[in-house]
Write a protein that binds this ligand. Structure first.
Ligand code: NAD
Length: 379
């Protein structure tokens, strides 16, 4: 088959859906594959065309997408890109499907088999294909780097002949994949770290990273985890108790990093204007949930704003701020998923629509929308 790694159309997207390693891996899967990389696709992830070529890819143009059996992308293809694909082609990307029904319908109409990587089930078998985790990990790291960049002081305690610089106090709200990485990164930089979450399981994970756990641990908290390991939306009463505890804690922090999300719901509002006002001037708040509505009141998507002397950081596409690493991991997620589609016997590309991972991620197939969340029967 022919496989096409596209150059991203969105100027805000610095990642690429391929790496030197992923091209090599594709070439070694034992099936006859022609890998074409759109010229310049890897530039912003520090992979020059020549490196892709050395790994066995051919450098092509957008027109090569027309003959591709598989198209790999970071973002959902634009309407224009879709018209450049042949009917029957497989497209794999982070599709951002919710609220984008028209774009999904257009992919169905074009006869594409479209897969949304972010719908990959979080089961052991699919761990190496889990883009939410691979990208959230890097976002958690980058959030601390961004905070350190905005913070006009050092993070570690420094004892020098000229005096002592105190360690920064960092508070991480939401201790999922991104939050745990933020905790670990802030600890490595020598900060005094605390964290909160509404899932009881997070308590032990936070402690094991050497951070202090801050939460209202009542009966509701003890029952707050869903079967899938995700957070539930908490009651108004709990939210009020949590807010009071957090308000007191936040006032003493130098850096706050928020990462809290609830699947299928807007991000919970965790930091109010009053809480920002209670922080010391020069403090920094990084809102990693800004694309999903934001955890921080007054955070602005794509901007660093000042709120009463506190810098509120709302960068978009945070994994894209560390594009070379993010692309490397994303490309690996893609290849491991593709590997499941190569028949062991015939070494041919064969999508099994009954496969658990395919069912969970396929949005469109055979001219129709197939995913149940968007009107289909699968998923
Ligand atoms: P997420 O991105 O959905 O949310 C981030 C964190 O915010 C979560 O820990 C959540 O509990 C927390 N949160 C939500 N509301 C909050 C509130 N009001 N206050 C404080 N915190 C709040 O979560 P995630 O990073 O995707 O991880 C969710 C779970 O999935 C975790 O248990 C994680 O270990 C698990 N997970 C499993 C696998 C796997 O088995 N393959 C892979 C990745 C993650």
């Amino acid at each position: 088959p022919s496989l096409f790694i596209a150059k991203e159309r969105d100027p805000a997207e610095s990642r690429v859906a391929g790496s030197v390693e992923s091209v090599r891996k594709l070439k070694s899967l034992g099936f006859d594959v022609d890998v074409v990389v759109e010229a310049g696709a890897g530039m912003r992830s520090r992979v020059p065309d020549a490196e892709f070529e050395k790994a066995g890819a051919r450098i092509g143009t957008a027109a090569d997408a027309k003959s591709a059996d598989v198209i790999l992308k970071v973002r959902r293809p634009t309407a224009e890109e879709v018209t450049g694909y042949r009917s029957g082609a497989i497209v794999i990307a982070i599709m951002d499907p919710y609220g984008n029904d028209a774009a999904i319908a257009a992919m169905a109409e074009a006869g594409l088999t479209a897969f949304a990587m972010e719908l990959m089930p979080r089961i052991t078998r699919a761990q190496s294909m889990d883009v939410l985790s691979s990208q959230a990990n890097l976002a958690g790291y980058q959030a601390v780097i961004d905070a350190a960049h905005e913070y006009d002081r050092a993070l570690p305690m420094m004892m020098t002949a000229a005096g002592t610089v105190p360690a920064a106090k960092v508070f991480v709200m939401g201790a999922g994949v991104a939050g745990l990485q933020a905790i670990a990164t802030a600890r490595r930089l020598g900060a005094m770290v605390s964290a909160t979450d509404v899932r009881p399981a997070a308590k032990e994970q936070v402690a094991s990273l050497g951070a202090k756990f801050i939460a209202v641990e009542d009966e509701e908290f003890k029952a707050a985890e869903t079967a899938g390991g995700y957070a539930k939306e908490m009651s108004k009463d709990y939210q009020a108790k949590q807010a009071a505890l957090v308000a007191e804690h936040i006032a003493k922090q130098d850096i706050v990093i928020t990462t809290a999300l609830i699947p299928g719901r807007p991000a919970p509002r965790l930091v109010t204007r009053e809480m920002l006002d209670a922080m010391k001037p020069g403090s920094v708040v990084v809102d990693l949930a800004v694309e999903r509505g934001g955890n921080v009141e007054g955070a602005e998507a794509g901007q660093v704003v000042e709120r009463g002397g506190v810098k509120v950081v709302g960068h978009l596409n945070v994994p894209g701020r560390i594009a070379a690493s993010a692309s490397l991991l994303y490309a690996k997620n893609l290849v491991t998923f593709l590997e499941t589609m190569v028949s062991k016997e015939t070494k041919a590309l064969a999508v099994n629509m009954e496969d658990e991972l395919v069912k969970a991620t396929a949005l469109t197939h055979g001219g129709a929308v197939v995913h149940s969340a968007f009107g289909g029967a699968n998923g």
